[in-house]
Design a protein. Structure first.
Ligand SMILES: O=C(O)C1=C[C@@H](OP(=O)(O)O)[C@@H](O)[C@H](O)C1
Ligand SMILES: C=C(OP(=O)(O)O)C(=O)O
Length: 442
């Protein structure tokens, strides 16, 4: 998708989801594969890599720092690692597009380099808070200038000697945890991060897979700076955050039965399954296995009547990107669903609480935003026109809502679906969603 053009989805009401499909590779794992592969000694072969714009932005950034990377071709990427000291100064600012993960993790990874780097992003990323990473990194000795109120761009001043810290994270964020740990690779001494609640642990798992010693005990992760990473093969599972749209779609559309193949079911990511099951969903995990240090399974989902629930706060970080889809499930459930403890949703690619509330209201559903969550009254979804605010997860969630709507749902500003889920419309269409994509003028 070229910058400046927009896509509109028009989804006709009704239908059901059937068959078997495999959604694209996990975004979090794909980012980390490029980063750790680049810093490793030796050649890292990746399969199942997500060829979405966010991960491609990470890939290009490392190429710009002198790392030879072949591919991606059909999900295969070969990274010729340069070692922890081998990155080169990029010739220009690194544009990370829409990707918060790239910017926050790379801020940590680049804080201890001998050269300066400037990290920039698109309009959405430029509104997102970066103080949450620059603050602990500066405690380690990093020098990072931000835009007003700690927003991007980030100018990272190289040549600083970093010291390990013991950091108590104020919010449950895997990006902050990972940023500090990646800085810790270049720091003197030990770096520890304590999280207030469990968050996705792909960084810890992959560091371990690359032969780095990482100690994890009771929500505290520690590593010693100055070690080495050894290249390893990485098989990226399908992204449970992308599977989430199909789990919701098949749950709400009567007659659906769908198998989602080879989905990553790391316990720090499966909150979507737990929450849907609490609502009454029929989801089974089949053929559980472990692939490259990450648990994987096939997910079989059948339509089932859903009921509104109070979502347990402990599940919030384990389903953080799935709430737009879960709000659609709540709109189709009987009774009220209450979410609290989810203020982080307001600082994603869009304010996901407000934007979802507006979109649900446009489809005739009562949804009352609160500072840290939302209250949704299940009801009859009408057709309507919804604005995604350039947020991929909002767009795909409302596309699935059409399965239960009375009229067609038009979703504006959908080009950003390509950041995390290239081929969404074709895959969803193949499974039974009646979706049409219209490109709108530049
Ligand atoms: O570490 C990661 O790969 C991610 C962590 C989460 O962000 P936070 O750390 O801000 O919760 C999530 O929303 C994002 O999509 C990916
Ligand atoms: C929040 C997300 O990603 P990021 O923070 O990497 O932009 C997301 O994909 O939902």
């Amino acid at each position: 998708m070229t910058h400046g053009s927009t896509l509109e989805f028009r989804v006709e009401p009704g239908g059901r989801l059937e068959g078997r499909c495999r959604v694209p590779g996990d975004k979090s794992i794909s980012h980390r594969a490029i980063m750790l592969g680049a810093l490793a000694e030796g050649t890292t072969e990746v399969s199942g890599f997500l060829e979405g714009e966010d991960c491609l932005a990470t890939l290009k950034a490392f190429r710009a720092m002198g790392v030879r990377i072949d591919g991606p071709e059909a999900g295969r990427v070969t990274i010729h690692g340069v070692g922890l000291q081998g990155l080169k100064a990029p010739g220009a600012p690194l544009d990370l597009g829409n990707s918060g993960t790239s910017m926050r993790l790379m801020a940590g990874l680049l804080a201890g380099q001998p050269f300066d780097t400037v990290l920039t992003g698109d309009a959405s990323l430029s509104r997102r808070p970066m103080g949450r990473v620059t603050e602990p990194l500066s405690r380690m000795g990093a020098r990072i200038d931000t835009g007003p109120e700690g927003r991007p761009p980030l100018t990272i001043r190289g040549g600083q000697a970093l010291e390990g810290i013991d950091y108590e994270m104020p919010m449950a964020s895997a990006q902050v945890k990972s940023s500090v740990l990646l800085a810790g690779l270049h720091a003197r001494g030990r770096t520890c991060v304590t999280e207030p609640a469990p968050t996705r642990d792909h960084t810890e798992r992959m560091l371990t897979g690359f032969g780095y010693d990482v100690a994890c005990h009771h929500g505290r992760v520690c590593l010693q700076g100055g070690g080495r990473l050894r290249a390893a093969a990485i098989d990226v599972p399908a992204d449970i955050s992308s599977a989430a749209f199909f789990l919701v779609g098949a749950s709400i559309a009567p007659g659906s039965e769908l198998t989602l193949a080879h989905v990553g079911v790391n316990p720090t990511r499966t909150g979507i399954i737990d929450i849907l099951q609490l609502m009454g969903a029929d989801i089974r995990l089949e053929n559980p296995r472990e692939v490259g240090g990450e648990p994987v399974a096939d997910l079989v989902v059948r339509a089932a009547p859903l009921k509104g629930i109070r979502i347990p706060e402990a599940l919030v970080p384990l389903a953080i990107d799935e709430f737009p889809a879960l709000f659609v499930a709540a709109a189709c459930a009987e009774g009220e669903t209450v979410l609290t403890g989810a203020e982080e949703l307001r600082v994603k690619e869009s304010d996901r609480i407000q934007v979802m509330a507006d979109g649900l209201a446009a489809c005739g559903i009562q949804a009352r935003p609160t500072p840290d969550g939302i209250v949704i009254q299940g009801g009859r979804l009408q057709g309507g026109v919804v604005h995604s605010h350039g947020d991929h997860r909002i767009a795909m969630s409302f596309a699935m809502a059409a399965l239960r709507a009375q009229g067609s749902i038009r979703i504006q500003d959908c080009a950003n679906v390509n950041t995390s889920f290239p081929g969404f419309a074709a895959l969803a269409g193949g499974a039974g969603l009646n979706i049409h994509v219209k490109e709108e003028g530049v």
